[in-house]
Design a protein around this ligand. Sequence first.
Ligand SMILES: [Zn+2]
Length: 126
Amino acid sequence: MFKLKVRSNFSAAHAVTLPGGRVENVHGHNWQLETVLAAETLDRFGMVADFEAVKCMIEEIIVKKLDHTFLNETGFFPKDAATCELVAKWIHDSLSLRIKELRDDIVVESVTLWESPGCSVSYSAK
Ligand SMILES: [Zn+2]
């Protein structure tokens, strides 16, 4: 199994409801995203996929929609729960819908999203 990893980033604000019901103040993060694509075989050029094509797809599908937004008001997440977990899942699912445009036989294996240097969530479909 081959795994291709690309890193991207965006800046966005959010506020989440904490256990106990307190809602955080709105605050921003420079989110770091690592996307892992997996393929059993390589294409005829010896690649899982072209890094640049993957990065462009992530830029178009994810970064342009989230960068410099207030995540709670994008409509992609529950208004009171734009959590790192739900953002990671949305990124995974959004990319999975389009990744076959690059190659039929690759999958988005996982998405890891860091909200700060020591805090991340990974999401994979299985
Ligand atoms: Zn936060």
